[in-house]
Design a binder for this molecule. Structure first.
Ligand code: ADP
Ligand code: MG
Length: 614
């Protein structure tokens, strides 16, 4: 067979295979074109999930008749004026979207360019374009796509149900709307309910738009990010560590305004939150990275959802560093969704409204704007590290490992207030079920999980000492011999140097045993057997962590659990108040090392509502 040049319509069909996968990809291309055209308002209509009809109307710069005729050809674009693929500042640049769409669907474009009072339209069917003809239209462009894949039944079969296609369109519009709050969007049609994203014009615009899309809970329980260095700028909002999901679908990334899924960015976030979250929880966030156009390659894939950074290490480092700092500044704040969930659980059933507790997900139930929403706005106290100057730690350890599930008649231990309610976490009033401290604040009450809270405090002390390279150790006169499976002994032996940095000194004691000479002083009189066995388990997972710091923190987190006040231990008033004060002074104390909250707060009006007083 002879080699031959393929006819144009075939080339377009082949290209369309990459660019136009489903209705959502058409919507993406058309809305990106509207954004590139400087539109202030973009209206999107779909029918049957976009299979039957898609229409995108904008009020952008428009096109004259000659441009219209060119725009639908392949490799025609107005967006690479200097032939420079290295600096791409627009969303489009490949010049193949309209040509591809025209080859697989019935396409009609009407447009009136800025400054002209004539509008023209052009139609394309089966790759054949009509001559431009006059039409009535205000400034801007209307693009209509009907009967997607009508000429290629094989592709049609791959499309999902109208409902799934319609949802995929919604997702695409959501993402583009998130990164362009200044533009108004509507999304409507017979296959959906109407969504309106009003154009935002003030400084709150970004968070308003994000809250509308990600839920009001995100607006109230996230902190702003703003950082810049070496040609990189990072902005956006990240959720507090207590506002998490079981998958990464609520993590949105944008590079130069372009929605992307990217391993470098996902990895950076993971690193930043490693300290706060269990590995299977994902914080909600929306991050916008602006990179000098020459530092990032957006031309990796026709759908343009992947990017390649010239210096991936720099980008990752910036994300980890910035987010860690922002989260540390957020201090001990726990998200108010925790209080929400609590309240909802208290609600008598008929009053529970829309809230559906999902017990499997614990506190992180997807937040729906509820009527109890209220920002915590607590003053963030100065962060600092108090040494364990108080009796509660030593006492905790003396008590050994009291069983946590002990069943006893409800025991309330009331006592006179010793501390003032002026403190953010108030004055301890009682301990219930030997695990929860009830404190009264000026305008509400706080319930603290004593074990979780103390564990976080011990962990933060570890980190502070680790940073200074002086984790205090406590020697044992007679070494404690711990017997373990051989592979655990080997791991402990390998990790001995690192463990030394954490105040744990051990060495091999013949086959199947290690000798423990020193344990971290922060843990008090710890049970060395249990401690070492747990650490051996932790070491087995070390390979999944990349840096020594991450590894040390993971071990410190395991250690902290051993040195913490157990649930099931009775506490004195002074101890409880001291714990509250320590929490206020400890960074990140709003959640335990596994991302669970350490306290919940109920405001007086919320309590009054529970009793129908409001
Ligand atoms: P690209 O966006 O990669 O340039 P397209 O095939 O999507 O390629 O569009 C081709 C050209 O048509 C664009 O470069 C632009 O000049 C013009 N165009 C497309 N859509 C619009 C629109 N909504 N408003 C104004 N011009 C448009
Ligand atoms: Mg385009």
């Amino acid at each position: 067979m002879a080699v031959r040049q393929l006819p144009d319509h075939l080339i377009n069909l082949i290209a369309a295979g990459e660019v136009v996968e489903r209705p959502a990809s058409v919507i993406k291309e058309l809305v990106e074109n509207a954004i590139d055209a400087g539109a202030r308002q973009i209206d999107i209509i779909t029918a049957k999930g976009g299979k039957e009809l898609m229409r995108v109307e904008d009020d952008g710069i428009g096109m004259g008749p000659a441009e219209l005729a060119l725009a639908i050809c392949r490799h025609t674009t107005s967006k690479l004026p200097d032939d420079d693929l290295v600096r791409i500042e627009s969303l489009g640049f490949r010049g193949e979207a309209l040509a591809s769409i025209g080859s697989v669907a019935r396409l009609r474009i009407a447009s009136r360019p800025i400054g002209s009072d004539e509008a023209y339209e052009i139609t394309v069917e089966g790759g054949e374009a009509s001559e431009p003809r006059p039409v009535a239209l205000n400034q801007g462009t209307h693009v209509e796509v009907r009967d997607l894949f009508y000429a290629t039944p094989a592709r049609l079969k791959f499309l999902k149900s109208d409902r799934s296609e319609s949802m995929a369109v919604t997702e695409v519009v959501k993402r583009l709307a998130m990164s362009h709050p200044g533009i108004g969007f509507t999304l409507s049609g017979p296959d959906r309910s109407r969504t309106v994203y009003a154009a935002q014009h003030d400084s709150e615009g970004v968070i308003n738009r994000l809250s509308q899309i990600m839920g009001r809970g995100f607006g109230e329980n996230s902190v702003p990010v703003l950082a810049g260095r070496e040609g990189l700028k990072l902005t956006g909002f990240v959720g507090l560590p207590t506002l998490t999901k079981a998958n990464s679908l609520s993590q949105f990334f944008f590079v130069n305004g372009r929605p992307v899924r990217d391993k470098v960015l996902l990895g950076g976030v993971r690193g930043a939150y490693a300290d706060f979250l269990h590995r299977d929880r994902y914080p909600m966030l929306a991050l916008f990275l602006e990179v000098d156009a020459s530092e990032v390659d957006v031309n990796v894939h026709p759908a343009k959802s992947e990017v390649r950074f010239r210096d991936a290490g720099l980008v990752r480092g910036m994300i980890v560093g910035t987010l860690k700092q922002v989260l540390a500044e957020a201090g001990f704040r726990a998200s108010n969704t925790v209080g929400e969930a609590t309240l909802a659980a208290f609600q008598p059933e008929q009053a529970a409204g829309d809230y559906q507790p999902r017990f499997g997900q614990g506190y992180s139930t997807p937040f729906q704007p509820g009527e109890f929403a209220r920002p915590l706005d607590m003053p963030v106290p100065p962060t600092g590290f108090g040494e364990p100057q108080n009796s509660y730690e030593a006492a905790a350890v003396d008590q050994g490992f009291a069983p946590s599930g002990r069943v006893e008649p409800t025991s309330i231990t009331p006592f006179e207030a010793e501390a003032s309610e002026d403190f953010p976490l108030g004055a301890a009033r009682a301990q219930v079920h030997e695990n929860y401290i009830i404190a009264q604040t000026q305008d509400g009450l706080i319930i603290v999980d004593q074990h979780a809270a103390h564990e976080r405090i011990v962990y933060e002390r570890f980190k502070a000492h680790l940073a200074q390279g002086d984790v205090p150790a406590q020697g044992h006169l007679i070494p404690v011999i711990v017997e373990l499976p051989e592979e655990d002994c080997a791991r402990l032996e390998d990790g001995a140097d690192a463990l030394n940095k954490l105040g744990l000194e051990l060495d091999r004691f013949g086959p199947g045993a290690v000798a423990v000479h020193k344990t971290p002083a922060l843990l008090g009189n710890v049970d060395a057997h249990k401690l070492v066995r747990d650490i051996a388990d932790e070491l087995a997972e070390w390979e999944t962590l990349s840096t020594l710091e991450e590894r040390l923190h993971a071990v410190a987190s395991t250690m902290a659990c051993h040195g913490s006040i157990r649930s099931g231990r009775r506490m004195q008033a002074v101890e409880m108040n001291q714990l509250l004060r320590d929490m206020e002074a400890t960074p990140n104390s709003g959640q335990c090392n596994h991302g669970r909250p350490t306290y919940v707060e109920l405001k007086l009006p919320d309590i009054e509502r529970l009793f129908g007083r409001r």
